[in-house]
Ligand binder design. Structure first.
Ligand code: GLN
Length: 303
């Protein structure tokens, strides 16, 4: 398969389209990002790499980090986690609050913000220095000590994160948050501020295509946990656009409001895109189109 040529064709076809979506503005620091950035990167299971555009430029991975915090939490709480967070698509935006009230503080899934806050709470209960532990975990997965939080992005979200504060307070009121609300929010904002390039992101997600082993061959999670996390990515990774992503792209994946997307084909490859302009559902507009073109051109989707 001529992967490099295919990535270049996709990049050339999309980079100058007039409709690039809107850069997220509700986190003030993210407004500064140049909407013309566009990177694609592919890492195959046999560790061949292909990239085009801005695939080596770090960006804010935002909600993509929720997959990594989930993987880390499952190491400690195992299946007990599913007593506190469900695994159903919400059919609503990532920051929607009504369902949380109706369903008495049990978030629909770990990838909407309320669910990710419960996962953050689990990590806070298990570590004295959760921010440090989580960063080390991600660096180990990626075998890359240069990955960092972006303090300015974390501070910017902390200053404006009223909906997340509302979700955290509701969780606390329903007894589904064990630590202090402000400590959980602080960890969550740092987690979301992780900065990675497309190359680092695909490398970090290698274990989800490789039965739980990272690119260095170390086991982090079991094949059964990989199955479950990939299933939740497929059904909930794009919020109220999860059906559309499965329909167009046909891979488990996760998006973030920084404009990144990562998707995996178990046993075959990890692919990542970065294009900061978002569609009205908060997912990268060009990223979704690029991945649709990739699985259509190669014929490699999980379906
Ligand atoms: N940190 C962002 C928030 O909580 C993450 C949202 C996203 O990337 N979809 O609003």
């Amino acid at each position: 398969m001529e992967y490099q040529r295919i990535l270049e064709e996709i990049h050339a076809a999309l980079k100058d389209v007039p409709q690039k979506g809107m850069v997220a503005s509700y986190i003030p620091e993210l407004r500064k990002i140049d909407a013309d950035r566009f990177g694609l990167y592919l890492l195959t299971l046999d560790k061949q790499e292909f990239g085009t555009g801005h695939f080596d430029t770090p960006f804010s991975i935002q909600s993509i980090s929720k997959v990594l915090s989930l993987a880390r939490a499952l190491e400690f709480v195992g299946t007990d986690l599913w007593e506190r967070v469900d695994v159903e698509p919400s059919g609503n935006p990532f920051n929607f609050l009504t369902l949380l009230e109706l369903e008495r503080g049990i978030p629909r899934n770990p990838f909407i913000n309320a669910g990710a806050l419960v996962v953050s709470d689990v990590l806070l209960s298990h570590f004295d220095n959760p921010k440090e532990d989580f960063l080390n975990y991600v660096r180990e997965l990626a075998q890359d000590g240069s990955i960092c939080y972006n303090e300015a992005v974390a501070a910017s979200e902390k200053a404006t994160g009223y909906r997340n504060a509302a979700a955290a307070n509701l969780l606390k009121a329903f007894g589904n948050m064990h630590n202090k609300v402000e400590d959980v929010l602080d960890f969550y904002f740092y987690q979301c501020s992780l900065s990675m390039s497309c190359r680092q992101l695909a490398t970090t997600f290698y274990m989800f295509a490789n039965s739980g082993k990272n690119a260095g061959g170390k086991t982090f999670i079991s094949p059964s946990q990989v199955k479950r996390i990939n299933a939740v990515m497929l059904t909930c990774g794009f919020y109220d656009e999860a059906g559309e992503f499965a329909f167009e792209v046909g891979l488990p994946g996760k998006s973030g409001v920084g404009g990144g997307i990562v998707a995996v084909h178990p046993g075959k490859y990890c692919i990542s895109t970065w294009a900061p302009g978002l569609n009205e559902k908060g997912n990268s507009l060009l990223g979704m189109q690029a991945l649709e073109m990739f699985t259509t051109k190669t014929g490699y989707s999980i379906f």
